[in-house]
Design a protein around this ligand. Structure first.
Ligand code: PMP
Length: 444
């Protein structure tokens, strides 16, 4: 390949010529900071944002008329496909009957029972984002244990949750630089250890001051990192031994199976969080607790003798969200849908591994359920530090932009590819062909 910088500028030129309408719209967006309603929309490899005309199933169409095979799926909210007709009907119906009452509808009871049945947690609450849900469970865990610390894994992301914006630098925990305006040293109350490090985990928990461990069962926000054999089970045992509450955040790993990764692997968290896709992209998240935790919450509330006004937001659990969750749980997130997604992901992973072997590339693929991550490292890193050692921003940008110019979207920031129940195997073939063509260019 010509050097990466030259390749990148060629790809930017190709993109720019092909997207005059997006470019014109981007030129008129100065009312938005960073030119977009939410600055992450600028984090793609393109020189300006792709303006979306519409999206259906697993295809997104932009204002310039290009159709993209969408393996990003909004970074998970649209994991079950865009504009699902079942969801469209349910939302339209509820919108016609009102959305915000700060009162339950009869559907709410059905949804509660459905959540209980599917995820095996006794009691539930709705939040508006997974960030909110994580903040709520952290607060409750501290209230129940009367401990001030939480523990997270280096490289984690659990949303806009200040407590979790702590990372290891040369083995020392400190606030991440992205935590703008936070004047508190979060590392005073957040312990951070490398994922898959049983010794560090045992040591941190044995100090007896950790209210909760907040973890994804597979790390999905620093590349993708699988737990080593038995790690999640050991985490469960150590939490029980040292009285720390185990919170599993399944916002992304919901792609593992109908009851999430915990359901698929028989894990037993005390608290469970899932957001993004649970209402098909309508802003909602849910968090659930076991009956033991629920009883402790009841007791704590009696002891505190006050309401819970510090946890919750006005829009949470409104009628629209409840209607959307009901439709997702009963009509969209079905076992049949998951069967298809898992088959599709296996097909994708086989295709990617064939390309890697064919071109003898020092890359690998990590595969969890309907989610695959291409990693620019010969072997899958086991913690964030090792993952960071293999980060190559230029290669990442060149790869993403090349795929976009071939009509393929994957999640920005890293190489996550998600298979929906509506992703065609022909689309998977096109993605693999694009990766193959990129590899060819790299080797030439
Ligand atoms: N948990 C995990 C594992 C996530 O990946 C994210 C977002 N990427 C969140 C929580 C937060 O979700 P939201 O941005 O919808 O609040």
């Amino acid at each position: 390949m010509t050097d990466l910088k030259t390749f990148l500028s060629q790809q930017r030129a190709i993109f720019t010529v092909a997207h005059p309408k997006s470019q014109a719209l981007a030129g008129k967006a100065s009312a938005w900071r960073s030119g977009v309603p939410m600055h992450w929309m600028r984090d793609w490899a393109t020189p300006f944002p792709i303006y979306v005309q519409s999206a259906k199933q697993a295809t997104l169409t932009d204002v310039d008329g290009h159709a993209y095979d969408d393996f990003c799926l909004g970074d998970t909210p649209s994991m079950f496909g865009h504009a699902r007709l079942e969801l469209v009907a349910a939302i339209a119906k509820q919108a016609g009957e009102g959305v915000g009452f700060m009162l339950p509808t009869p559907l709410a009871n059905e949804v509660g029972d459905l959540l209980r049945e599917r995820f095996h947690m006794a009691q539930w609450q709705v939040a508006t984002t997974a960030s909110d849900a994580n903040r709520a469970v952290i607060r409750w865990a501290r209230a129940l244990t009367k401990r001030d610390k939480i523990l997270v894994f280096d490289g984690c992301y659990h949303g806009m949750v200040d407590d979790c914006f702590v990372a290891l630098k040369d083995g020392v925990a400190s606030n991440k630089t992205g935590l703008i305006g936070q004047v508190i040293d979060q590392a005073r109350t957040t312990k951070v250890i490398p994922f898959n490090d049983v010794q560090a985990l045992a040591k941190a928990l044995s100090e007896g001051d950790v209210a909760a461990v907040l973890a994804e069962p597979v790390m999905t926000n620093c590349g993708m990192i699988q737990p080593i054999d038995g790690f999640n089970e050991t985490l469960r045992e150590l939490c029980t031994q040292y009285g720390s509450i185990l919170i599993l955040d399944e916002t992304h790993t919901l792609s593992s199976g109908p009851s999430g990764y915990a359901g698929a692997h028989n894990l037993k968290p005390d608290m469970f969080v899932v957001g993004k896709a649970i209402a098909g992209g309508i802003p909602a998240a849910v968090w659930g607790v076991t009956s033991e935790i629920a009883a402790r919450m009841d007791a704590a509330q009696q002891e505190i003798g006050a309401g819970q006004s510090g946890i919750g937001t006005t829009l949470s659990g409104n009628a629209l969200v409840i209607a959307a969750i009901k439709t997702m749980l009963t009509e969209v997130m079905t076992p049949t849908a998951y069967d298809y997604m898992l088959k599709g992901a296996t097909y994708l992973v086989e295709g990617l591994r064939t390309v890697i072997a064919h071109h003898k590339l020092p890359w690998c693929v990590v595969h969890v359920g309907a989610r695959a991550e291409l990693i620019f490292a010969p072997e899958a890193p086991q913690n964030a530090e090792a993952m960071r050692d293999h980060l190559d921003h230029d290669l990442l940008e060149a790869f993403h932009l090349y795929l976009i110019n071939r009509g393929v979207l994957i999640a920005p920031f890293h190489n996550m590819m998600l298979i929906s129940p509506q992703t065609g195997f022909d689309a998977i073939d096109r993605l693999v062909a694009a990766v193959d063509a990129f590899s060819q260019e790299l080797n030439s």
